[in-house]
Design a protein. Sequence first.
Lengths: 209, 227, 507
Amino acid sequence: MNRRTAPAAVSAALLVALAGCGIQETDVVEAGGAATVVVAPIPESRIVLYFLGPDGRSMPVVRDVGPSYPDPSSPTDGSGDDRTPYDGFGPGYEISVDDLRGSDATDKILAALLAGPRENETAAGITTALPSSRIRGAEPVPRVTEIPAKTDAARPLVRLRAPFPVNELPEAAVRQLVCTTAYAKHPAGRVDVSVGGPDGLLPTARCDD
Amino acid sequence: MPRVLLIEDDPSVREGVELGLRRRGHEVRTAPTGEAGLEALADFRPDLLLLDLMLPGMNGVQVCHRVRESSQLPIIMLTARGDDFDVVIGLEAGADDYIVKPARTEVIEARIRAVLRRIEEPGGSRSAVEFHGELAVDRAGLTVAKAGERIALAPSEMKLLLHLSAAPEQVFSRQQLLEHVWEHSYHGDARLVDACVRRLRNKIEDTPGEPRYIQTLRGFGYRFGPL
Amino acid sequence: MKACVGPEPDADRHEAEGADRASRRRARGPRLRPHPFGLRTRLVLAFLLVAAVGCGTTAALTYRAARNAILEQAQDTAVSAFREQVEALSTDLPVVQDSLRDSLMRIARQGKPHPWRVYAEYGTVRVSSTDRPTSSVITPELRARAADETLQHGSFQRVVKGGTPYLTIAVPAVFHARSADGPPQRTGLVFYAVMDLRAEEANVEAMVMAARDGALPALAVALVPALIAARGVLRPVRELRRAAHSMGRGRLDTRIHAKGSDELSDLARTFNESAAELERSVAELRNAEARARRFASDVSHELRTPLAGMLAVTEVLDEDADGLDSDTARAVRLISAETGKLAVLVEDLMEISRFDARAAELHTDEVDAADCVRKTLQHRRWTDPAQVVPYLTEGIRARLDPRRFDVVVANLVGNALRHGGAPVTVRLYAEGDSLVTEVADRGPGIHPDVLPHVFDRFFKADQARTRSAGSGLGLAITLENVRLHGGTVTAANDPVGGAVFTVRMPL
């Protein structure tokens, strides 16, 4: 170290020492996993519909179909929404826990999805990318048929036939259909879903990709 | 012509000086050693002793001492310049003058004459004997007595005392004394004067450390008195 | 004497090395001035610098580690506590604002390690534990990260806003849609916590103060070993300098006490060895020189005795030469004349030998200077005003050796008469504290090339003339005599013409 570099080195060292003083800002730092929260009601008495948030991202909505409701077929419930029969689509579309037992439970859940977010959901900024059933009026609901797995290892394939063209659907809308169907069919959503419509068939998709 | 005894160990110097002096009419006896010289002294009865300082056996200073024990024979030392210390010792021992070797015969002879020359009387009208304190100086008889007791003075001492006492209280510089008493040049060796004054004081002063008769004037020279 | 013939009159002056050499040596005395940036200062500064860098680096590294530990602990505690709180939460989807606010209030009360403010965002819903629905401290980056579908992670960010450091934590909420077997699903609900870190900042600042308060005394303490080390290095250096100085003044037996085995003692040993070597060589040289001088002295001593015999009989030869046949007479006269010259030469050699052996003694007496010069001239029979013109200031009393002063004046005048031209003027006057004797001739002056050498022994200006009437030592003896008096003698050329020798001797 000669005479000229010595003071430079010292001042550099002091600078480093001084720069470390106090508390600095940081970038965003990852710290642990997300928090798993308990969502009411219990899984046995609820359905999960996949809508979209205001940012266009998936936002599931949990609806109670439990027996707490005094009369599942009564025209009004706690929210005061007017009800429509299950074959008519709309925000007030209702299904009861009993509906979930039948083989057509998935159809009903999909009908609820197509009926769109309810008012309280819309208030929180929840939207859907699927065609509104209201505008269409009375239309045939999507039909879901299950094709059993060929082997034990393979997932079951579910074919969903939508009553509207699917080729022009945005990706988010397709995902709404796929996820809602998957979790309706399987508690852990482990099914392959093939979405089709009057205009053709989309590639098979999964929700838990 | 004066009779000269030469004590010199070196044959060439001895012979050369003897030859030179004899040519000038001096009667010269030589001796190669101090011992032989002292023997010749009684026999030859010289007027003056030429004494080499560097002698084998008994050296010149010792010879000088021995001579002064019994006589006031004029002594001139032969010396080489540079033997300064020996010169001082020889002068203290009572030598009257010294000659630096090598020297021409005329120089040696001039010194011999100077030493032997009697102090000229300043004037015939003066009384023969002068009294200065306890000192009685007989200028004619060349004797000095202190409190009635005769003091033996070497020729140089006598001449110095006579010169100084002739003009009491007059200051003489050492150069002046060298010129008048020793007939040296002005630039001669002032140690001659100093040594002679010391010897003289030892003989005539009551306490040589505090001289009454031969007084020193620092930076100027010597004077006789005031008593 | 000296040959000093030169064609050109010149005003060149050559100072004979006399007392001025001694004064020059005195001027080169020990320089004991302090060094403002000397070895000591530099050593101490270097020590302090090293100590400062050491202290500073240690303090800085310790501080950083401790600060990071403090902050990490605070952050980890806060993040895990917050996640724990959030996980205990139960909610509807979509959220019910009032019940969510209640939950947030509950979480806000259990902030760890410090109270925090808690915010939740869901779609367009904004709920908080405070009266403001959202916090300005939370950055868009944190929001974007929390909202990312693929990265379901908690995250935090330190933000400094308005001088206050904050820890902002984002934890997205996930849930199991129908069964815990499936992958956790994004709920779209994100919880934020904002905690200020002023307590941590205070801790960190306390550490900085502690580091500073520790480092300054450490520097002060470092000064002590620095001074001790500087002393340890400087003592031998100082000793070395003293020794070197002492050697320079001619004390060649100077040695340094060399102990230990470090570089400085190596240096000291080397110095000692060199000094011993030098002393040995100088002693050898001195011995050789002394031998040479003794030889010259011995030779002249030995010559003196036969010369004494020869000189005593030259008169005999001179007187009897007339009676011999002419060839023998010439030979005899030649021997006589040369014997005389030889005697002078031997006398001068002896004189020079005594100066060389420092055996020459000064027998000073207080004399009248003008008298002295006058007697010299008279004694040499230089009384013809056509030859020598004295201008003597009367009444100057000087303390000098009359015999040596006589030699000085006689040599200078004799030299002027021999090599210069008559009339020779001799001036004597007092100037300040000096007695000045000036001998000037009317000759051609001294050639400038010759001027520096006129006082050299046996120096001949004209090489063709191998011998002059003098011994060739006259001016050298003059110089030595003047020096013995503590004076100087200079040779110069008068612009008007002729050489001027000036002798200055202290009064």
